[in-house]
Ligand binder design. Structure first.
Ligand SMILES: [Zn+2]
Length: 89
């Protein structure tokens, strides 16, 4: 299904200009084992509904940013630049 994403730099563009980067979620803190890192990196949630995700504008400005999207119908609620201080990271 084709849809459009509003890049915070470039404006509305077709989804094929972007690269999906997976769900946005907090990075685990503390001393993690290899197994725990593998769980974090490779066992991603598969959300059916509203999700916040990383997207990369590979065809233009090369910005990584957040998209809040309904994964069932690709409706984009909002896009925004990532703010590390707001996410606690
Ligand atoms: Zn862009």
């Amino acid at each position: 299904m084709s849809f459009q994403i509003t890049c915070p730099n470039c404006g509305v563009r077709p989804v094929w200009e972007f690269h999906y980067g997976g769900p946005a979620r907090p990075r685990p803190g503390g001393d993690l084992t290899d197994r725990q890192w593998a769980e974090y990196l490779y066992n991603r949630p598969n959300i059916a509904g509203e999700a916040t995700e990383w997207w990369y504008h590979r065809s233009a400005c090369k910005l990584w940013f957040h998209v809040r999207r309904d994964t069932r119908n690709n409706h984009v609620f909002e896009t925004k630049r990532f703010a590390a201080e707001a996410a606690g990271g």
